[in-house]
Design a binder for this molecule. Structure first.
Ligand SMILES: *Cc1c(COP(=O)(O)O)cnc(C)c1O
Length: 381
């Protein structure tokens, strides 16, 4: 999925590179770099880094939670949350089968936390069925069974293409969790995109969950970092676990400084990325291709999923063609994207992708789609 493709550009001059593989590629803004340069720092393991403390305080307020802790990555935040919520042996979490903690974190839930995962089939919109959730919760487990200890939801949903979880659905999950006295954790790596999409404060998105994490290093542009938030009691335990897994850091204010800039300046502008994503989706849709498909209704945030006819099109070859600029090509643009599930590529937007980048990337994508369509119309393949 993260495989590097050998770029075979004919000549470098005059070719615009538009890298849409992931928003993790975004680099810190000049303002972040300046803030990092002059940030007051101290030893954060001693609780003495004023910049980290300020970032954590601001993040907690923004999320409407008692406290927050600054950690190295979204993966670390999720792992810590799981270890704090599931502090007894034989614990089980309940997650969607497309969930990031289940699919992509190397099974850290099992490998490191020693926690079992029960999965529910994810719907296309990133939710799962509430009745299925009820069935997965083990009431009065006997000694054959693990103990249901945590429910995880993901917002926006990565593998579902940046889908925003409906607030009413989150409330239903919360109600079921309450009935069974289970906590809910939101893997909100891109929850700020959800807040911008719904045009509500971030605290509203996380009102119905006990803990939440979000990445500073994705659409928000920071070089490193994530925030984990919850009750004071939860965060005190999270700080202990963070230290045990090697996440206690010293003058981390250098990177926390970028996080403060992100909270101030990078959230509202996410709507530009959403507009850009929609422009790309519309460009794909406009080709009326029979081999490439996009569902306009489902493009909500900064991602576009383009489904391909996998009987005819090899996904690696498609990626290579999007990336290559031939001498004969009328559009001088190299586009990179990520492949998902063998039948779909993902285009992801972030702050450095400009209006001009999007315009030329749309032309390139259309050029490649038309080329494939023409090839299959003429019966070449
Ligand atoms: C990226 C991502 C993570 C992991 O974040 P890292 O900072 O890359 O470790 C977790 N959950 C979701 C939904 C993500 O998209």
């Amino acid at each position: 999925m993260y495989e590097k493709i050998n770029v075979d550009l004919m000549h470098n001059s005059g070719i615009r590179m538009v890298d849409l593989r992931s928003d993790t590629l975004s680099k810190p803004t000049m303002e972040m770099r300046e803030a990092m340069y002059s940030a007051p720092v101290g030893d954060d393991v001693y609780g003495e880094d004023p910049t980290v403390t300020e970032l954590e305080k601001r993040a907690a307020v923004l999320l409407g939670k008692e406290e927050a802790v600054f950690v190295a990555s979204g993966t670390m935040a999720n792992l810590i949350a799981i270890m704090v919520h599931c502090n007894q042996r034989g614990s089980e979490i309940i997650s969607g089968d497309y969930g990031h903690t289940f699919k992509f974190e190397q099974g850290g839930t099992a490998q490191i936390a020693g926690v079992h995962t029960a999965v529910i089939k994810n719907n296309e919109d990133g939710t799962f069925n509430i009745e299925d959730l009820r069935k997965k919760i083990r009431k009065n487990p006997d000694f054959h069974e693990p103990i249901s200890s945590l429910i995880i939801v993901e917002n926006t949903h990565n593998l579902c293409g940046g889908k925003v979880l409906p607030l009413e659905w989150l409330e239903k999950v919360h109600n079921v969790a309450q009935e069974h006295k289970l906590p809910v954790h939101m893997d909100g790596a891109r929850m700020m995109n959800a807040a911008v999409y719904l045009d509500v404060p971030p605290s509203r998105i996380v009102k119905d969950v006990d803990s939440v994490c979000f990445c500073l290093s994705k659409g928000l542009g920071c070089p490193v970092g994530a925030i984990l938030a919850g009750s004071s009691e939860f965060i005190a335990k999270a700080r202990r676990v963070r230290k045990a897994i090697g996440g206690g850091w010293r003058q981390a204010g250098i990177i926390a400084a970028a996080g403060i800039v992100a909270l101030d300046k990078m959230i509202d502008r996410l709507k530009e990325d959403h507009i850009h994503a929609y422009q790309i989706a519309k460009a794909i849709y406009a080709t009326s291709s029979k081999n490439f498909r996009v569902d306009l209704q489902t493009v909500q945030t900064n991602m576009v999923l383009m489904y391909i006819n996998k009987m005819k099109i090899d996904i690696k070859e498609l990626q290579r063609r999007l990336q290559t600029v031939l001498k004969t090509d009328s559009v001088k643009c190299s586009v990179r994207c990520m492949s998902l599930n063998h039948d779909c590529v993902r285009f992801t937007l972030y702050w450095e992708i400009s209006d001009e980048d999007v315009a030329i990337a749309c032309e390139k994508i259309q050029l490649v789609i038309r080329e494939y369509d023409a090839m299959y119309l003429n019966g070449v393949a």
